[in-house]
Design a protein around this ligand. Structure first.
Ligand code: ATP
Length: 241
């Protein structure tokens, strides 16, 4: 694994009973970049992320994070190693306050000053969360819950963050706002990101490098600048004739 590769999947296969969701996926994420996996509904995007973060054990292949084999390791251990997963559908703790949700994200950290600084940083990115900090998370709007879900993952101070469909169910305006913050997190905190998205337009605009997933297989990969110019991508993913 070369020095600047943070995450490497090699020939990973994962299945749900008889359903093979991903079939020999290999990909790399480099230090400091935003990488994206594009693919339509059911292509296997969420399964890739769940396999990386240890929620699903692959049938074959390996997952390496910062040079260490983390294949099928315990999800809590993987978080401790610096890899946070923001799942699809924003799983916040609905009966806990916004602030307590954030603190849950920091449960493995012991440096109180650093945690307090990160809470401030998060409220700086999403001021609405500061306003709502005493409110139950279940009362937030969908967009605010997405912000909280990203923020909670940030509270673990990850080196790599996995984001599953941050745009799901959000208006174009909110989607743009959230992606702007994702880019700031990457640039300002140096957090490496792997984002899976159906919104190819948005993903290709913010990411550096992209993979295209179809039926559980990577069928194309390139820099996002070059992917945007490919006819297949324009036609099937960007809706440009
Ligand atoms: P979506 O955007 O709809 O989540 P996706 O690209 O993330 O799509 P996955 O959720 O990874 O796709 O699903 C890949 C395949 O695995 C699909 O055929 C899906 O029906 C199947 N699948 C996903 N989760 C399960 C499950 N818990 N049990 C059985 N099959 C599943």
């Amino acid at each position: 694994m070369s020095a600047n590769v943070v995450l490497a999947l090699t020939n990973v296969e994962s299945a749900y009973g008889p359903i093979k969701a991903i079939r020999g996926v290999s990909l790399k994420v480099r230090q400091g970049e935003i990488a994206t996996v594009l693919g339509s509904n059911g292509a296997g995007k969420s399964t890739i992320l769940k396999t990386i973060s240890g929620i699903i054990d692959p049938r074959k292949g390996t997952v390496e994070f910062r040079g260490e084999d983390i294949t099928a390791k315990d999800p809590a251990l993987i978080v401790q190693k610096g890899l946070s997963h923001v799942p699809e559908g924003r799983e916040v703790f609905p009966l806990l306050s916004v602030h307590d949700n954030l603190m849950m994200g920091a449960y493995t950290r012991h440096d109180r000053d650093a945690v307090a600084r990160d809470v401030e940083a998060v409220y700086g990115y999403f001021p609405i969360l500061r306003e709502r900090r005493a409110q139950d998370a279940g009362l937030l709007s969908g967009g605010q819950q997405q912000m909280l879900s990203i923020s909670r993952a940030l509270m673990a101070a990850p080196a790599l963050m996995l984001l599953d469909e941050p745009s799901l169910g959000l208006s174009p305006l909110l989607t743009r706002e959230i992606f702007e913050i994702v880019v700031r997190i990457n640039r300002e905190r140096g957090t490496t990101l792997l984002v899976v998205e159906q919104n190819a337009n948005m993903a290709l605009n913010v990411a550096d490098y992209g993979y295209v997933l179809e039926n559980g297989r990577i069928v194309m990969e390139d820099s996002c600048d070059r992917l945007r110019e490919k006819d297949d991508i324009k036609e099937f993913y960007l809706g440009v004739k």
